[in-house]
Write a protein that binds this ligand. Sequence first.
Ligand code: NDP
Ligand code: 8X3
Length: 251
Amino acid sequence: MTRTALITGATSGFGAAAVRRFAAAGWRVIATGRRADRLQALMDEVGADKVHAAAFDIRDEAAMDAALAALPEGFRDIDLLVNNAGLAQGTLPAQTALLSDWRTMIDTNVTALVVLTHRLLPQLVERKGAIINISSVAGVYPYPGGNAYGGSKAFVSQFSLGLRSDLHGTGVRVTTIEPGMAETEFTLVRTHGDQAASDKLYTGANPMTAEDIAESIFYVANLPPHLNINRLEIMPVTQSFAGFQVARDAT
Ligand code: NDP
Ligand code: 8X3
């Protein structure tokens, strides 16, 4: 039986790689994101029979509802929701960070994810489907400049555990994937378009790739139906933990 996944944030990075991975395995995929040209290119590449492009800003509830209402025959019965769309903006400490960046992260990473999940839960329950939420190690381990981004991802991880608890007995599976450093457009977005900063972060670090995470999403989605991975934290070998910091009196 052909299954259908809705993957948000499919115009680049993890989401685009996941669309390719699922479609290659015979899934139908609804691919979302704001950049319609990229979604069209993905659809042209993979095939309109396998991918339906739905371009909308995920923070726009009316646009989301219109896109869901306009799903074509063959893409209406959603078995898997991959909440992947998201972003970090800024690396400044909280005391100098832009409130507008914080709002953008919370509106996208938290509020939009909650709204879309709420919209799809009834049919996911009906179909004994699955939800895979893309959180981050930033939601588990604090680091300077992580402030609202880390907070938004901690919400995603905890919300996922709460969903799993509420969905007890329904057969619906819920997993949080918490990746560490992966080279995508993430740092370009975080730095408001600073390609040099993005290159500097990843050069020589052997980071994870979008395909690594797409493969993990695919693995989780294709486990036998009696198994649920609650959370999956993944880092490149080159990344690990730093110690606490101590501020000392001037001597
Ligand atoms: P990318 O920047 O490459 O992709 C982000 C995707 O999110 C894009 O498709 C973008 O589409 C979409 N998106 C962002 N804002 C909106 C919006 N308002 N409406 C609709 N879509 C939106 O980054 P990644 O692939 O790396 O990130 C995917 C997820 O993984 C994010 O949630 C990120 O926080 C998380 N993550 C990333 C890590 C990394 O190191 N790369 C590590 C851990 C987690 P568009 O701009 O076209 O709207
Ligand atoms: C992105 C991973 O470590 O850059 O969520 O915050 S990190």
